[in-house]
Structures are given as structure tokens and as C-alpha cells.
Design a protein around this ligand. Structure first.
Ligand SMILES: C[S@@+](CC[C@H](N)C(=O)[O-])C[C@H]1O[C@@H](n2cnc3c(N)ncnc32)[C@H](O)[C@@H]1O
Length: 299
């Protein structure tokens, strides 16, 4: 079981519907110009197919029709309400780091409004950041989309900002534990309803949270095409210094990925870019979890 419903879970209705000492960006090697696989349809066809049936290509999970969870209002909150909201966010954040993917999925299925509260809290956090890594990923994708067709999987998409911004230019599949937007398909990142070797870019933006996140890396390897790219951004403190970052890059190698770029230019986040080099089925149990949980101080 995930965790008991805290006493403050009021369950609102669900509706239908620059751093000091900045480091650098290191290119470890240039990514090869990967040939496009011939079995991937042209963008227009893909967009049409996805529009008509967004997650038909199910592997083991048939996504259920989920209601969209409405985000609660944040304007006009009293100090006490804001404090409570912050405490709720920190509690849910910690629980996400302490749960397996299935436990988290099952919890938010039962308590979807907690997911909305988590995201309101997350949005508040991001306001204080000099830059939001999801925006850096969007910029990078935007440039690539000038001359490439990409099928993107955003695993742990939150409010699905990537799909919202780029859905007219690319096919973006967005997955999370609950849906706060029509772009989101509810599924665990450890069991994504996409075919093997079908995706060009897999993105984990601040989303490798659960205790079994290594299973999500194995899943990313499964859905990526040969030479497909894995983009990860995580809070720098999760890597436990340079040693931790090197260890994580090594663990990516074991998960079938060669890192070609490390962006440590930001004080808060580290972004890694890697390519799938191994077609062999990755056994997640053999991957050692390296990342530390990112917990917020209680106030
Ligand atoms: C910190 S938020 C970041 C959201 C978004 N990527 C962004 O950058 O705005 C992390 C998201 O990952 C999702 N997540 C964590 N574990 C997951 C899992 N096992 N499967 C799907 N989503 C997951 C959480 O529910 C949450 O929405």
C-alpha cells in the first residue's frame, strides 16, 4: 500500500472533462546523424493517427479513459492556506520518492485531487527558479523540429507543457500518474503503452522520482528506436556531487545508453543527453539506483 490518506486530504471534486560558479555544457561526443527508420510514418500521418487514437499502440497497459483533474485555484489564498498547501506539496513529493511506481499510480487513482494539489505546489516551486528545465527541452526540440520529424515520449509529463507547446509540430505522447490536461495519458513510466523501438526522443524532466525509477530507464530503452535519444533533467543535489553524476552516467551505460552531453551550466539542475546503444532487453533489477530523493525542508 502506498500511504494512508492524510487528514488534510479534503478531496475536492473531480470534473470531467545563474549560478555562482556555473559550470559548462560538456559535449561528450557528437550524436551521429541517425538514419530515420523507414517504418515510422510521415509526421502528417502520425499526427492524424494519434489524433484519432492517441494511445492505441498499447503493449501491456490499455489506458483507461481518465477524468481530467482540475487544478485548484491559487489566487486569493490566505497565508494559512498557502502554508497548508506547501505542506501538502512537500508531503506528496516525499511520498512520491518513497513509493514504487505502482504504489504511486494506485494512490493517485484513488486520490486524484492530491495529484492536482501536488502540481499546484510544484508550479509554485518553479516560480522561484531562474529557468525551468522543461523550457530548455522545449527550446531544444523546437530547433530540432525545424528539420526533423520527431515522435516524443514525455514520461512524467505533469501538466504536459511539451505537448501543449509542440503538438502542432510533432507527435508527443505524454504520460503521468493522473491527467491534469487532455494531452495526458494515465500510465506508469515503468509500463508505457507504446510499441518497442517506436520513439525518437524519451524525456524524463524531473520525473525519475519513484524507488523503482531504474525500471523506467529500462522501459525508455524498450520504446526508443536504435540511436533514439534519452533526455533527463534532475535536481543537481540528487547526484551527490561529481562522483554521483559519473556513477549515474555509468548506470545509464548499463541501461543501454551512451551519454553524449552533460549540461551542468545551471545551479539547480543537471541535464543529460544520451543515445540508445543497446537493443538487448534491459533487466531493470540489474540497474543500481544512484539518484538521491529530492526532499524539501519542512518549514
Ligand atoms: C516534478 S514533476 C515534473 C513534471 C514535468 N515533467 C515538468 O517538468 O513540468 C514530476 C512528475 O513525474 C510524475 N511521475 C513520477 N513517477 C511517475 C511514474 N512512475 N509514472 C508516471 N509519472 C510519474 C509525477 O506524477 C509528476 O507529475
Amino acid at each position: 500500500m502506498f500511504f494512508n490518506v492524510p487528514s488534510w486530504n479534503l478531496g475536492e471534486p473531480v470534473v470531467d472533462a545563474k549560478k555562482k560558479g556555473a559550470k559548462k555544457t560538456v559535449k561528450e561526443s557528437q550524436p551521429d546523424a541517425a538514419p530515420r527508420p523507414t517504418n515510422i510514418p510521415k509526421r502528417k500521418e502520425k499526427v492524424e493517427r494519434e489524433k484519432s487514437n492517441p494511445a492505441k499502440k498499447s503493449r501491456s497497459v490499455e489506458p483507461v479513459q481518465h477524468k481530467i483533474v482540475e487544478l485548484p485555484q491559487t489566487k486569493g489564498k490566505s497565508k494559512e492556506e498557502s502554508k497548508l498547501s506547501g505542506a501538502r506539496f512537500r508531503f506528496l513529493n516525499q511520498k512520491l520518492y518513497e513509493s514504487s511506481s505502482n504504489e504511486a499510480l494506485s494512490y493517485f487513482r484513488q486520490h486524484p485531487t492530491d495529484f492536482a494539489h501536488y502540481h499546484v505546489g510544484f508550479r509554485e516551486q518553479t516560480k522561484a527558479w531562474p529557468v525551468n528545465p522543461v523550457d530548455l527541452f522545449i527550446d531544444r526540440l523546437n530547433k530540432r523540429l525545424n528539420n526533423e520529424k520527431l515522435l516524443i515520449a514525455d514520461l512524467g509529463c505533469g501538466e504536459a507543457k511539451i505537448a501543449e507547446t509542440l503538438h502542432k509540430r510533432a507527435v508527443v505522447h505524454s504520460f503521468d500518474l493522473a491527467a491534469v490536461s487532455e494531452f495526458v495519458t494515465v500510465a506508469s513510466m515503468t509500463d508505457v503503452p507504446l510499441e518497442d523501438s517506436s520513439v525518437d526522443v524519451v524525456i524524463f524532466c524531473l520525473s525519475l522520482m519513484n524507488t523503482d525509477y531504474t525500471a523506467a530507464l529500462a522501459e525508455a530503452n524498450r520504446i526508443l528506436r536504435a540511436n533514439g535519444e534519452l533526455w533527463i533533467s534532475e535536481v543537481a543535489s540528487r547526484f551527490d556531487g561529481k562522483h554521483g553524476l559519473d556513477e549515474f552516467v555509468k548506470s545509464l551505460q548499463t541501461a543501454g545508453f551512451s551519454t553524449f552531453e552533460r549540461d551542468t551550466s545551471n545551479a539547480v539542475f543537471i541535464s543529460l543527453y544520451a543515445k540508445k546503444h543497446s537493443k538487448a532487453k534491459i533487466d531493470a533489477k540489474r540497474l543500481k539506483p544512484i539518484l538521491k530523493p529530492c526532499l524539501y525542508k519542512k518549514r
